[in-house]
Design a protein around this ligand. Structure first.
Ligand SMILES: [Zn+2]
Length: 130
């Protein structure tokens, strides 16, 4: 691709802003910028005709927040469950029983930590959005 060529822009049919053609989305009404395309999607999901740019931001924030809470909840429960199981397995092993199930708490703990990391990442993304 020739970099000297100017980037062709299209005008968003909803907000009227000029956006690079490759970043625009097609719709039945014409070209849409990313924000408006997202707005249409959110509106469709909510079952309303239209949502403003503010509502799009709010919907994104709410989505990030619920994602964060979901991951943190799963991670938290998994962490507690994994630790309880670890103690139980420790007792089982102390009784001289050797089983592959001993690995289970570690698998659960590793999964929980991954969930917690995801949760914190989503939470900080939520906090960063305004
Ligand atoms: Zn737009």
């Amino acid at each position: 691709m020739d970099r000297r060529l100017p980037i062709s822009t299209v005008t968003c049919v909803r907000c009227g802003s000029a956006v690079p053609e490759r970043e625009a989305d097609f719709s039945a009404d014409g070209m849409l910028c990313r924000t408006c395309a997202l707005g249409v999607e959110v509106a469709g999901r909510l079952g309303v005709a239209d949502v403003g740019a503010d509502a799009v931001g709010q919907a994104e924030r709410a989505f990030k927040k619920s994602t964060a809470i979901k991951h943190l909840t799963i991670g938290g429960i998994g962490l507690v469950g994994g630790l309880v199981l670890l103690v139980m397995m420790g007792w089982v092993v102390s009784q001289g029983v050797v089983s592959r199930a001993i690995l289970l708490p570690f698998v659960i703990l590793a999964g929980s930590i991954t969930e917690l990391v995801r949760g914190f990442t989503a939470w900080s993304a939520f906090r960063a959005m305004r």
